[in-house]
Ligand binder design. Sequence first.
Ligand SMILES: Cc1ncc(COP(=O)(O)O)c(C=O)c1O
Length: 395
Amino acid sequence: MSCLYTYPGFELLLTDIARAENCHLYDAEGRRWVDLESGVWCTPLGHTHPRVVQALAEQASRIAHTGYAYTCRVVEEAAREILGLLGMDGGRCVLLCSGSEAIEYGVRIAQAVLERPLLLTMSDSYFGAYGSANRRHRDEWFAFDWLSCAECPADETCGAACPRFAQIPFARVGGFLFEPGSSSGFVRFPPAKLIKTIARVVQEAGGLLLVNEVTTGMGRTGRWFGHEHYDLVPDIVALGKGLGNGYPVAATAVAPAAAARLFESTIKYAQSHQNDPLGAAVAREVLRTIREENLIERGREIGAFLLAGLEAVKERTKRIRAIRARGLMLAVEIEGDAQAALLTHRELVRRGFIIALRPGSSVFRIDPALTVPRADVEAFLAAFEEVLRGAQVAP
Ligand SMILES: Cc1ncc(COP(=O)(O)O)c(C=O)c1O
Protein backbone atom coordinates (compact mmCIF):
# COMPACT_ATOMS: atom_id res chain seq x y z
CA MET A 1 0.00 0.00 0.00
CA SER A 2 1.57 3.27 -1.10
CA CYS A 3 1.30 6.55 0.77
CA LEU A 4 1.86 8.50 -2.46
CA TYR A 5 -0.87 10.52 -4.04
CA THR A 6 -0.49 10.21 -7.80
CA TYR A 7 -2.32 11.90 -10.65
CA PRO A 8 -5.73 10.22 -11.03
CA GLY A 9 -6.53 8.47 -14.29
CA PHE A 10 -3.06 7.17 -15.05
CA GLU A 11 -2.07 3.61 -14.13
CA LEU A 12 1.14 3.41 -12.14
CA LEU A 13 2.67 0.28 -13.66
CA LEU A 14 6.30 0.40 -12.54
CA THR A 15 7.04 1.23 -8.92
CA ASP A 16 10.75 0.57 -8.52
CA ILE A 17 12.78 2.20 -11.27
CA ALA A 18 16.30 2.31 -9.89
CA ARG A 19 18.19 4.16 -12.61
CA ALA A 20 17.99 5.41 -16.17
CA GLU A 21 20.28 6.09 -19.10
CA ASN A 22 19.15 7.86 -22.25
CA CYS A 23 15.84 6.15 -23.15
CA HIS A 24 16.39 3.11 -20.95
CA LEU A 25 14.91 2.64 -17.50
CA TYR A 26 16.12 -0.16 -15.19
CA ASP A 27 14.54 -1.58 -12.08
CA ALA A 28 16.48 -2.85 -9.08
CA GLU A 29 16.77 -6.31 -10.66
CA GLY A 30 18.17 -4.93 -13.91
CA ARG A 31 15.00 -5.34 -16.01
CA ARG A 32 14.90 -2.76 -18.78
CA TRP A 33 12.17 -0.59 -20.33
CA VAL A 34 12.43 1.74 -23.29
CA ASP A 35 10.95 5.11 -22.36
CA LEU A 36 9.37 6.53 -25.51
CA GLU A 37 7.44 9.13 -23.52
CA SER A 38 10.48 11.02 -22.10
CA GLY A 39 8.95 11.03 -18.62
CA VAL A 40 6.18 13.57 -19.07
CA TRP A 41 7.71 14.66 -22.45
CA CYS A 42 10.49 16.35 -20.50
CA THR A 43 13.81 14.74 -21.46
CA PRO A 44 14.82 15.64 -25.03
CA LEU A 45 18.40 14.54 -24.26
CA GLY A 46 17.30 11.30 -22.63
CA HIS A 47 17.59 10.57 -18.92
CA THR A 48 20.82 11.37 -17.04
CA HIS A 49 22.61 12.95 -20.00
CA PRO A 50 26.26 13.27 -18.83
CA ARG A 51 26.54 16.95 -19.78
CA VAL A 52 23.39 17.84 -17.85
CA VAL A 53 24.42 15.75 -14.84
CA GLN A 54 27.80 17.49 -14.79
CA ALA A 55 26.29 20.97 -15.13
CA LEU A 56 23.86 20.21 -12.31
CA ALA A 57 26.55 18.83 -9.99
CA GLU A 58 29.02 21.65 -10.70
CA GLN A 59 26.46 24.41 -10.18
CA ALA A 60 25.00 22.73 -7.07
CA SER A 61 28.47 22.65 -5.54
CA ARG A 62 28.93 26.40 -6.24
CA ILE A 63 25.56 28.04 -5.57
CA ALA A 64 22.05 26.74 -6.22
CA HIS A 65 19.84 29.63 -5.17
CA THR A 66 20.20 33.39 -4.88
CA GLY A 67 18.31 36.32 -3.38
CA TYR A 68 16.76 39.44 -4.88
CA ALA A 69 19.94 41.47 -4.24
CA TYR A 70 22.47 39.19 -5.92
CA THR A 71 22.70 36.87 -8.92
CA CYS A 72 25.25 34.94 -11.00
CA ARG A 73 26.60 35.13 -14.51
CA VAL A 74 25.13 31.75 -15.46
CA VAL A 75 21.61 33.14 -15.05
CA GLU A 76 22.31 36.03 -17.40
CA GLU A 77 23.89 33.64 -19.90
CA ALA A 78 20.97 31.21 -19.86
CA ALA A 79 18.50 34.07 -20.35
CA ARG A 80 20.57 35.49 -23.20
CA GLU A 81 20.76 32.12 -24.95
CA ILE A 82 17.00 31.61 -24.68
CA LEU A 83 16.27 35.07 -26.08
CA GLY A 84 18.82 34.58 -28.87
CA LEU A 85 17.26 31.28 -29.95
CA LEU A 86 13.84 32.90 -30.04
CA GLY A 87 15.09 35.86 -32.09
CA MET A 88 14.31 38.11 -29.12
CA ASP A 89 17.75 39.68 -28.57
CA GLY A 90 17.38 42.76 -26.43
CA GLY A 91 14.25 41.40 -24.74
CA ARG A 92 13.83 40.04 -21.22
CA CYS A 93 13.63 36.52 -19.82
CA VAL A 94 12.71 35.19 -16.40
CA LEU A 95 13.59 31.66 -15.27
CA LEU A 96 10.88 29.87 -13.33
CA CYS A 97 10.03 26.37 -12.12
CA SER A 98 7.28 24.84 -14.28
CA GLY A 99 5.54 25.20 -17.61
CA SER A 100 2.32 26.19 -15.83
CA GLU A 101 4.20 28.99 -14.12
CA ALA A 102 5.88 30.20 -17.32
CA ILE A 103 2.47 30.52 -18.97
CA GLU A 104 0.92 32.18 -15.95
CA TYR A 105 3.76 34.70 -15.91
CA GLY A 106 3.28 35.43 -19.63
CA VAL A 107 -0.46 35.90 -19.13
CA ARG A 108 0.16 38.21 -16.17
CA ILE A 109 2.47 40.31 -18.34
CA ALA A 110 -0.11 40.47 -21.12
CA GLN A 111 -2.88 41.39 -18.70
CA ALA A 112 -0.72 44.11 -17.15
CA VAL A 113 0.13 45.84 -20.43
CA LEU A 114 -2.93 45.24 -22.61
CA GLU A 115 -5.67 47.77 -23.06
CA ARG A 116 -8.25 45.30 -24.36
CA PRO A 117 -9.27 42.78 -21.71
CA LEU A 118 -9.79 39.49 -23.57
CA LEU A 119 -7.23 36.84 -24.37
CA LEU A 120 -8.03 34.54 -27.24
CA THR A 121 -7.05 30.89 -27.34
CA MET A 122 -8.05 27.58 -28.90
CA SER A 123 -10.69 25.64 -27.00
CA ASP A 124 -8.65 22.42 -26.84
CA SER A 125 -5.41 23.90 -25.58
CA TYR A 126 -3.90 23.07 -22.19
CA PHE A 127 -1.84 25.60 -20.30
CA GLY A 128 -1.11 24.07 -16.97
CA ALA A 129 -2.25 23.23 -13.53
CA TYR A 130 -3.15 26.68 -12.29
CA GLY A 131 -3.52 30.35 -13.14
CA SER A 132 -5.78 32.44 -15.34
CA ALA A 133 -5.16 30.32 -18.43
CA ASN A 134 -6.22 27.22 -16.53
CA ARG A 135 -9.40 28.80 -15.11
CA ARG A 136 -10.42 30.52 -18.37
CA HIS A 137 -12.99 32.88 -16.91
CA ARG A 138 -15.27 34.27 -19.61
CA ASP A 139 -14.46 37.87 -18.76
CA GLU A 140 -10.76 37.13 -19.38
CA TRP A 141 -10.78 34.51 -22.13
CA PHE A 142 -12.40 33.72 -25.46
CA ALA A 143 -11.89 30.07 -26.43
CA PHE A 144 -12.20 29.45 -30.15
CA ASP A 145 -13.34 26.01 -31.28
CA TRP A 146 -11.19 25.45 -34.38
CA LEU A 147 -11.71 21.73 -34.93
CA SER A 148 -14.09 22.12 -37.88
CA CYS A 149 -11.55 24.52 -39.46
CA ALA A 150 -9.33 21.47 -39.96
CA GLU A 151 -11.61 20.34 -42.80
CA CYS A 152 -11.89 23.79 -44.37
CA PRO A 153 -10.88 23.78 -48.07
CA ALA A 154 -7.31 25.00 -48.37
CA ASP A 155 -8.07 27.85 -50.77
CA GLU A 156 -10.62 29.55 -48.52
CA THR A 157 -9.29 32.47 -46.54
CA CYS A 158 -10.08 33.16 -42.92
CA GLY A 159 -11.98 36.42 -42.60
CA ALA A 160 -15.27 38.14 -41.83
CA ALA A 161 -17.00 36.17 -44.61
CA CYS A 162 -16.56 32.98 -42.58
CA PRO A 163 -19.29 32.74 -39.90
CA ARG A 164 -17.01 30.75 -37.61
CA PHE A 165 -14.14 33.22 -37.85
CA ALA A 166 -16.56 36.14 -37.48
CA GLN A 167 -17.46 34.84 -33.98
CA ILE A 168 -14.08 35.95 -32.67
CA PRO A 169 -14.63 39.29 -30.84
CA PHE A 170 -11.43 40.90 -32.12
CA ALA A 171 -12.51 44.35 -30.97
CA ARG A 172 -12.18 43.13 -27.37
CA VAL A 173 -9.17 40.84 -27.88
CA GLY A 174 -5.83 42.16 -26.62
CA GLY A 175 -3.77 38.99 -26.97
CA PHE A 176 -3.67 35.55 -28.53
CA LEU A 177 -2.22 32.63 -26.58
CA PHE A 178 -1.35 29.91 -29.05
CA GLU A 179 -0.25 26.36 -28.34
CA PRO A 180 1.27 24.94 -31.53
CA GLY A 181 0.32 21.31 -31.33
CA SER A 182 -0.41 19.63 -28.02
CA SER A 183 -4.17 20.03 -27.86
CA SER A 184 -4.54 18.59 -24.35
CA GLY A 185 -2.56 15.50 -25.25
CA PHE A 186 -4.39 14.72 -28.49
CA VAL A 187 -1.57 16.17 -30.63
CA ARG A 188 -3.56 18.16 -33.17
CA PHE A 189 -2.02 20.90 -35.26
CA PRO A 190 -4.29 23.87 -36.04
CA PRO A 191 -4.18 24.98 -39.72
CA ALA A 192 -1.48 27.50 -40.54
CA LYS A 193 -3.73 29.92 -42.46
CA LEU A 194 -6.09 30.23 -39.48
CA ILE A 195 -3.32 30.80 -36.97
CA LYS A 196 -1.40 33.21 -39.18
CA THR A 197 -4.56 35.24 -39.81
CA ILE A 198 -5.48 35.45 -36.13
CA ALA A 199 -1.92 36.39 -35.16
CA ARG A 200 -1.80 39.07 -37.86
CA VAL A 201 -5.15 40.63 -36.89
CA VAL A 202 -4.24 40.67 -33.17
CA GLN A 203 -0.71 42.01 -33.64
CA GLU A 204 -1.70 44.64 -36.24
CA ALA A 205 -4.17 46.01 -33.70
CA GLY A 206 -1.36 46.39 -31.14
CA GLY A 207 -2.15 43.13 -29.31
CA LEU A 208 0.32 40.54 -28.12
CA LEU A 209 1.05 37.07 -29.46
CA LEU A 210 1.88 34.65 -26.67
CA VAL A 211 3.09 31.17 -27.56
CA ASN A 212 3.07 28.15 -25.28
CA GLU A 213 6.15 26.13 -26.21
CA VAL A 214 6.16 24.05 -23.02
CA THR A 215 5.61 20.82 -24.94
CA THR A 216 6.50 21.84 -28.49
CA GLY A 217 9.79 23.59 -27.68
CA MET A 218 13.35 22.28 -27.57
CA GLY A 219 13.19 20.42 -30.87
CA ARG A 220 10.15 18.29 -30.14
CA THR A 221 8.44 19.08 -33.46
CA GLY A 222 11.53 18.93 -35.69
CA ARG A 223 12.34 22.62 -35.25
CA TRP A 224 13.56 24.43 -32.17
CA PHE A 225 10.04 25.74 -31.51
CA GLY A 226 6.59 24.70 -32.66
CA HIS A 227 5.64 28.21 -33.75
CA GLU A 228 8.32 28.06 -36.47
CA HIS A 229 5.93 25.84 -38.45
CA TYR A 230 3.60 28.86 -38.59
CA ASP A 231 6.09 31.64 -39.41
CA LEU A 232 4.98 33.64 -36.38
CA VAL A 233 6.87 36.38 -34.55
CA PRO A 234 5.77 35.98 -30.93
CA ASP A 235 5.88 38.72 -28.33
CA ILE A 236 5.98 36.34 -25.36
CA VAL A 237 7.04 32.69 -25.26
CA ALA A 238 6.67 30.21 -22.39
CA LEU A 239 9.16 27.34 -22.18
CA GLY A 240 9.26 24.43 -19.76
CA LYS A 241 9.57 20.65 -19.75
CA GLY A 242 12.50 19.96 -22.16
CA LEU A 243 14.34 23.10 -21.10
CA GLY A 244 15.43 21.31 -17.92
CA ASN A 245 15.66 17.78 -19.32
CA GLY A 246 13.92 16.49 -16.20
CA TYR A 247 15.05 19.25 -13.83
CA PRO A 248 12.17 21.69 -13.06
CA VAL A 249 13.20 24.87 -14.81
CA ALA A 250 11.01 26.95 -17.11
CA ALA A 251 11.20 30.38 -18.72
CA THR A 252 9.08 33.25 -19.93
CA ALA A 253 10.76 35.19 -22.71
CA VAL A 254 9.57 38.63 -23.77
CA ALA A 255 10.51 40.32 -27.06
CA PRO A 256 12.08 43.82 -26.82
CA ALA A 257 8.99 45.88 -27.74
CA ALA A 258 6.75 44.03 -25.28
CA ALA A 259 9.49 44.17 -22.63
CA ALA A 260 9.57 47.97 -22.99
CA ARG A 261 5.84 48.07 -22.28
CA LEU A 262 6.46 45.86 -19.26
CA PHE A 263 8.62 48.47 -17.58
CA GLU A 264 5.77 50.97 -17.84
CA SER A 265 3.41 48.65 -15.94
CA THR A 266 3.29 47.47 -12.35
CA ILE A 267 3.37 43.71 -12.65
CA LYS A 268 4.22 42.07 -9.34
CA TYR A 269 5.07 38.39 -9.36
CA ALA A 270 7.22 36.95 -6.63
CA GLN A 271 8.21 33.41 -5.79
CA SER A 272 11.38 32.15 -4.17
CA HIS A 273 12.97 30.36 -7.12
CA GLN A 274 12.94 32.94 -9.91
CA ASN A 275 16.24 33.05 -11.79
CA ASP A 276 17.91 30.38 -9.66
CA PRO A 277 21.43 29.58 -10.87
CA LEU A 278 20.91 25.82 -10.57
CA GLY A 279 18.04 25.81 -13.07
CA ALA A 280 19.90 28.31 -15.24
CA ALA A 281 22.98 26.07 -15.43
CA VAL A 282 20.84 23.14 -16.50
CA ALA A 283 18.90 25.15 -19.09
CA ARG A 284 22.09 26.62 -20.57
CA GLU A 285 23.64 23.16 -20.87
CA VAL A 286 20.51 21.66 -22.44
CA LEU A 287 20.42 24.39 -25.10
CA ARG A 288 24.12 24.01 -25.86
CA THR A 289 23.92 20.23 -26.04
CA ILE A 290 20.98 20.28 -28.44
CA ARG A 291 22.83 22.74 -30.66
CA GLU A 292 26.30 21.18 -30.50
CA GLU A 293 25.05 17.62 -31.00
CA ASN A 294 22.78 18.60 -33.95
CA LEU A 295 19.81 17.09 -32.16
CA ILE A 296 17.11 19.09 -33.91
CA GLU A 297 18.11 17.51 -37.19
CA ARG A 298 18.45 14.09 -35.60
CA GLY A 299 15.00 14.37 -34.04
CA ARG A 300 13.53 15.30 -37.41
CA GLU A 301 15.12 12.28 -39.07
CA ILE A 302 14.19 9.75 -36.41
CA GLY A 303 10.70 11.24 -36.26
CA ALA A 304 10.27 10.67 -39.99
CA PHE A 305 11.51 7.10 -39.54
CA LEU A 306 9.08 6.44 -36.68
CA LEU A 307 6.18 7.95 -38.61
CA ALA A 308 6.92 5.85 -41.71
CA GLY A 309 7.08 2.75 -39.49
CA LEU A 310 3.74 3.56 -37.87
CA GLU A 311 2.13 4.19 -41.27
CA ALA A 312 3.33 0.74 -42.35
CA VAL A 313 1.95 -0.86 -39.17
CA LYS A 314 -1.36 0.91 -39.84
CA GLU A 315 -1.45 -0.42 -43.38
CA ARG A 316 -0.61 -3.99 -42.36
CA THR A 317 -2.78 -4.33 -39.24
CA LYS A 318 -5.79 -2.08 -40.02
CA ARG A 319 -5.87 -1.51 -36.26
CA ILE A 320 -4.84 2.16 -36.30
CA ARG A 321 -7.51 4.81 -36.85
CA ALA A 322 -5.29 7.89 -37.11
CA ILE A 323 -1.71 9.05 -36.79
CA ARG A 324 -0.81 12.69 -36.15
CA ALA A 325 2.83 13.68 -36.12
CA ARG A 326 5.28 16.51 -36.30
CA GLY A 327 8.93 15.66 -35.63
CA LEU A 328 9.10 13.50 -32.52
CA MET A 329 5.66 14.48 -31.28
CA LEU A 330 3.25 11.76 -32.33
CA ALA A 331 -0.22 10.54 -31.44
CA VAL A 332 -1.62 7.20 -32.52
CA GLU A 333 -5.32 6.56 -32.18
CA ILE A 334 -6.09 2.86 -32.29
CA GLU A 335 -9.31 1.09 -33.22
CA GLY A 336 -11.46 -0.08 -30.32
CA ASP A 337 -12.51 1.48 -27.04
CA ALA A 338 -10.59 2.85 -24.07
CA GLN A 339 -10.53 -0.58 -22.39
CA ALA A 340 -8.86 -2.15 -25.43
CA ALA A 341 -6.31 0.68 -25.37
CA LEU A 342 -5.66 0.06 -21.68
CA LEU A 343 -4.91 -3.60 -22.35
CA THR A 344 -2.67 -2.67 -25.27
CA HIS A 345 -0.83 -0.24 -23.01
CA ARG A 346 -0.31 -2.82 -20.26
CA GLU A 347 0.97 -5.34 -22.77
CA LEU A 348 3.44 -2.85 -24.25
CA VAL A 349 4.76 -2.08 -20.78
CA ARG A 350 4.98 -5.81 -20.05
CA ARG A 351 7.11 -6.15 -23.19
CA GLY A 352 9.38 -3.31 -22.09
CA PHE A 353 8.03 -0.24 -23.90
CA ILE A 354 6.59 2.90 -22.35
CA ILE A 355 4.37 5.22 -24.34
CA ALA A 356 1.64 7.48 -22.98
CA LEU A 357 -2.03 6.53 -22.99
CA ARG A 358 -4.37 9.46 -22.61
CA PRO A 359 -6.76 8.34 -19.82
CA GLY A 360 -10.21 7.27 -20.99
CA SER A 361 -9.26 7.34 -24.66
CA SER A 362 -7.65 5.16 -27.30
CA VAL A 363 -5.00 7.78 -28.09
CA PHE A 364 -1.37 6.94 -27.46
CA ARG A 365 1.25 9.61 -27.37
CA ILE A 366 4.82 8.91 -28.41
CA ASP A 367 7.45 11.56 -27.60
CA PRO A 368 10.88 9.92 -27.41
CA ALA A 369 14.07 11.80 -26.65
CA LEU A 370 15.83 13.37 -29.64
CA THR A 371 18.61 10.93 -28.77
CA VAL A 372 16.47 7.78 -29.01
CA PRO A 373 18.47 4.92 -30.57
CA ARG A 374 17.09 3.79 -33.93
CA ALA A 375 17.23 0.17 -32.73
CA ASP A 376 14.77 0.99 -29.94
CA VAL A 377 12.36 2.58 -32.41
CA GLU A 378 12.58 -0.54 -34.61
CA ALA A 379 12.02 -2.83 -31.62
CA PHE A 380 9.02 -0.75 -30.53
CA LEU A 381 7.45 -0.82 -33.99
CA ALA A 382 7.77 -4.62 -34.10
CA ALA A 383 6.28 -5.00 -30.60
CA PHE A 384 3.47 -2.54 -31.32
CA GLU A 385 2.52 -4.42 -34.46
CA GLU A 386 2.44 -7.75 -32.63
CA VAL A 387 0.39 -6.32 -29.77
CA LEU A 388 -2.06 -4.66 -32.16
CA ARG A 389 -2.52 -7.97 -33.94
CA GLY A 390 -3.69 -9.20 -30.55
CA ALA A 391 -0.82 -11.64 -30.11
CA GLN A 392 -0.82 -11.61 -26.33
CA VAL A 393 -3.05 -8.94 -24.90
CA ALA A 394 -3.14 -9.87 -21.24
CA PRO A 395 -6.44 -9.53 -19.36
C1 LIG B 1 0.93 22.02 -23.64
C2 LIG B 1 1.27 22.16 -22.19
N1 LIG B 1 1.38 23.38 -21.67
C3 LIG B 1 1.69 23.56 -20.36
C4 LIG B 1 1.88 22.49 -19.52
C5 LIG B 1 2.19 22.74 -18.07
O1 LIG B 1 3.51 22.37 -17.77
P1 LIG B 1 3.89 21.87 -16.32
O2 LIG B 1 3.15 20.59 -16.09
O3 LIG B 1 5.39 21.67 -16.38
O4 LIG B 1 3.52 22.90 -15.35
C6 LIG B 1 1.77 21.20 -20.02
C7 LIG B 1 1.94 20.04 -19.15
O5 LIG B 1 1.78 18.91 -19.52
C8 LIG B 1 1.45 21.03 -21.39
O6 LIG B 1 1.32 19.82 -21.94
